[in-house]
Structure formats: C-alpha cells, structure tokens
Design a binder for this molecule. Structure first.
Ligand code: NDP
Length: 451
C-alpha cells in the first residue's frame, strides 16, 4: 500500500526529536512536524532559558557576598535587554543544533501544525501524509484560571520575552515554575510577591524541603503569601491591582500565573481518530506509550505522566526499542531524580518522608542542617538541609533530599546510588570528599528520634 513514512512524529520537542533521530538512525523512514521552533518547551520556553535566568539573577547575591572575602565590587547594574538578547542568541544556536541533528539523521522536517485524520493519516495544512505509526509528542501549555482580569496577566511563555523587567511582580502558583520565577525576579531586583492558595508551596515534595525553602526565600526578599488567592485583577494607572481573598490588595506591574500546564491535545484530531483522553486532556497510554489505537503512540508532557525532559527522552528511547527494535521496553519512572531551580535550589530522589511512611510503615530518618562553609565569611544567613530516608527492613535508602547550593548537581550522583538500591551501610562506607556539603550524605549517623 506504500505509506509515505514508517513513523510520523507530531511535535519536535525533547521527546519527539529523540524518537525521530533514534528511529531514523535505524533506517526507519521518519517525518516530524512542528509549527514552532525546534526543541519544544525545554529549549525555547522552559529548562534552558529558565536556567540562564536563574544564573543571571544570582549575581546580585554573589556581588554582596564577595565583600566577606575581601573584594570590593564597584557599582553594579543589570540590563534586562542584554540578558534577553544573549539568551535569544543561545536558543537560536540550540534550534540550529536540533535542525542539524534531525537533518543529519535523515528525518524529513515538516513545518506546520499537524492534525490526525485517522489511525494512519496526518494533515499539515492542505497536505496529507500517511504513516505506519503516529507518535504524538506535542507537549503541554500553561493553564491559567478564568478569573476576572486574567487577560492582564502573563504565563512563563511571555516571561521569557518581556520587553521590560517589572519593578514589582506577583507570581501566582506554588509549583516548580512559581518558585523558580520568584527567585529569578527577586534576584534581578524586582519587588516580588509569591501567592499560593495552600498552606505551603511545592506540594508533593518532602516537607522539610518545603519548609526550609519557605524560610529561606523571605530572607532574600521574596514576600510569600500562603493560603491566599487572587479573586480579581484590574488595570489602573499605577499598575495592576490584585484583589486577594483575605480582603487585602496588592499593586504590581506584572502578574505571572504559574498554575500548572495542560496537555496540548485540543484540536489535534485525536477524538476523530478515537484516541482515549483523560480528565485534563492527556493522552492515555499503556506502559509502552501506546494509545488505545494501536498505530498511535504518545509520550512526554502530552501524556501527563512525569512532565520532565529527561523522562520524555527515556520514553522516546523505550518507544523506539519497542516499535522498531523488536524489544518491548517500558520506560522506568521510578526513582527519577529531579531538581527545582529555586534559590536556594532543591535536589531530590525517591520517596518523600510522607510517602515512605505510607508505603513502608516504619522508616529511619537522617537529617542534617548547617550553614555552608561559603557563608562563614559572607555572613549570609542561608541554611543547607539534607535528609536520607531508610527502610529499616532492607537498610535501603529510599529517599534523598537536599536544599542548598549545588543541590541539583549533588543529587544527580546520589540518584545513581538510590537507583542501584544502595543501602545506608553502603552510604556510610563511602568516604566523604572534604570540605563539601555533599559529604554530609555519607556522614549522617544519628537517626532522628521519633517525637
Ligand atoms: P505545577 O503543577 O508544579 O504547580 C502548579 C501550582 O499552581 C500549584 O501550586 C497549584 O496549587 C497551583 N494552582 C493550580 N491551579 C490553580 C488555580 N486555579 N488557582 C491558584 N493556584 C493554582 O505547575 P507549574 O506550572 O509550576 O509547572 C508545570 C510542570 O512543568 C511541572 O509539574 C513540572 O513537571 C514541569 N517543570 C519542571 C521544572 C524542573 O524540572 N525544574 C521546572 C518547571 C516546570 P496546588 O498545589 O494547590 O494544586
């Protein structure tokens, strides 16, 4: 019957590009359609520009800290357009890298928005393409609640391209994006208010990390308002007026909503093809990323499993092995180490204390909290905290958590040990690297006594 391609991928983000390249590398005839820049959210509107902004925003603190070490730093100032221009150059470079990778692998790139017509057909504009397998990897999009005045606000998408840095900003939401942007704006000198509807932000993370971050952010100048929600936003001459549910008001220049992201499945033709969707529009898949329509597969944020770039990459590898490698492979979503680039940052792997108690009953908890050596001379009152959770029956470390400088870098290594099922005795047998913060992970000896 001669279909146009063996694999047609919708979306050239992290997952779609990885799947396209790997499949093409095995001689599969692959096309990938994208209606925006190559690289998806992570490269263009997520991980990469976010990390650059976090790095930019940390200099204010670094300049202050330098004096404790004898440096006098001259007057410093920050220019937002310069940062944006340099960030845009770097992203354009990465877009080019992605293009070369796809072209080099022999993938056919199609520009435009693809929609599914049926189990083996996709349309892009007027053109129809047929393929043996379709892979949906179109990602997710910010979701903003429909409150009066929401049109005056921005999401993270726009925050990456603001023409001017606001003087005062409110950030609504207490997830990854909210805490990361609160730190970014605050570090760049913006009067920053973070508003979260619940009692403590970063729901789902270990409570000690959440509490420590809630203590540290105000020390740096962020105003945290928990148990608070915005009921209305009005634009007035002096700025955006936020009415809060406690009856108070807040006036700022920019309001960033970071209230979650939803799968980008609207108007994609999925219903027409009979693909089953979940409550928030996510594509329902089996452990191999296959939908209920056997020729249609989906991975990454659009499946709302674990919305992280490295997880999408792992799902792509497993998909290609399953479909084209003759080796059915399930992506492994257990013990995925992750980081929040808050200030200070968080690194975490495995179970939280609450999850560990629920799953294992008894657990041993080891905690360490200290002022990092750097701040003995800077005088900065910033704490680093670490925690290990151990299953007493097997002695395995089932959770490792850290908040403090370099936590994301440190937890990548600890993540390997946890993934391999290392025991507390093996952590203890490991000799520390001195003087580091990381050595605490192998020197915590005293169990926390249950209250
Ligand atoms: P999250 O789902 O992490 O957090 C959303 C936040 O908004 C929660 O605090 C939630 O509150 C709150 N919220 C949701 N709806 C409303 C509402 N109607 N009104 C007020 N508050 C609301 O989403 P993010 O947008 O922060 O990030 C999206 C995803 O992107 C993350 O889940 C993560 O997977 C990924 N990401 C990963 C990063 C990393 O790895 N470093 C960085 C950035 C994003 P509640 O807790 O009460 O539900």
């Amino acid at each position: 019957m001669g279909r146009d391609f063996d694999l047609f991928v919708l979306g050239a983000g992290s997952g779609g590009v990885r799947a396209s390249r790997l499949a093409a590398g095995q001689g599969v005839r692959v096309a990938v359609a994208e209606d925006d820049r190559l690289g998806g959210t992570c490269v263009n509107l997520g991980c990469i520009p976010k990390k650059l902004f976090v790095l930019a925003s940390h200099y204010s603190e670094d300049f202050e800290d330098a004096s404790g070490y004898g440096w006098s730093v001259g007057p410093s100032s920050f220019d937002w357009p310069t940062l944006i221009a340099h960030k845009d150059e770097e992203i354009a470079r990465l877009n080019g890298v992605y293009q070369r990778l796809l072209d080099g692998a022999g993938v056919t790139r199609i520009s435009g928005r693809a929609r599914i017509v049926d189990a083996h057909t996709v349309e892009v504009g007027e053109r129809h393409y047929t393929a043996e397998h379709l892979l949906v990897a179109v990602g997710s999009w910010p979701h903003l609640p429909a409150i009066p005045g929401i049109e005056h606000t921005i999401s993270s998408n726009e925050a990456f391209a603001l023409e001017q840095l606001p003087k005062r900003a409110a950030i609504v939401g207490g997830g990854y994006i909210g805490v990361e942007f609160a730190g970014i704006f605050n570090g760049l000198g913006v009067e920053t208010h973070q508003i979260y509807r619940g009692p403590l932000f970063l729901r789902g993370f270990d409570d000690d990390l959440r509490k420590t971050l809630a203590e540290e952010m105000p020390k740096k100048g962020v105003s945290l308002r928990f148990e608070t929600d915005v009921t209305e936003i009005r634009r007035e001459d002096d700025g955006l007026h936020l009415a809060l549910n406690d009856g108070s008001h807040l006036v700022v220049d920019e309001v960033l909503y970071a209230t979650g992201r939803i799968p980008k499945t609207k108007d994609l033709g999925l219903e027409r093809a009979g693909v089953a969707l979940g409550k928030i529009g996510e594509i329902l898949v089996d452990p191999y990323s296959q939908t209920n329509v056997p020729s249609i597969w989906a991975l990454g944020d659009v499946t709302d499993r674990m919305n992280l770039t490295p997880v999408a990459l792992a799902e792509a590898v497993a998909f290609v092995r399953t479909v084209f490698g003759g080796e059915p492979t399930r992506p492994d979503h257990t013990n995925v180490a992750t980081a929040v680039f808050s200030q200070p940052p968080i690194g975490t792997v495995g179970l939280t204390e609450t999850e560990a108690r629920a799953q294992l009953g008894e657990i041993d908890v080891y905690r360490s909290s200290f002022r990092p050596i750097k701040h003995t001379l800077t005088g900065r009152d910033e704490m680093t905290a670490m925690k290990l959770l151990v299953d007493p029956k097997s002695d395995r470390v089932v959770g490792a958590h850290m908040i403090g400088a370099d936590a994301p870098e440190i937890l990548q290594g600890i993540g390997i040990a946890v993934k391999l099922g290392a025991t507390k005795a093996q952590f203890d047998a490991t000799i520390g690297i001195h003087p580091t913060a990381a050595e605490e992970f192998v020197t915590m000896r005293e169990k926390v006594q249950e209250e």
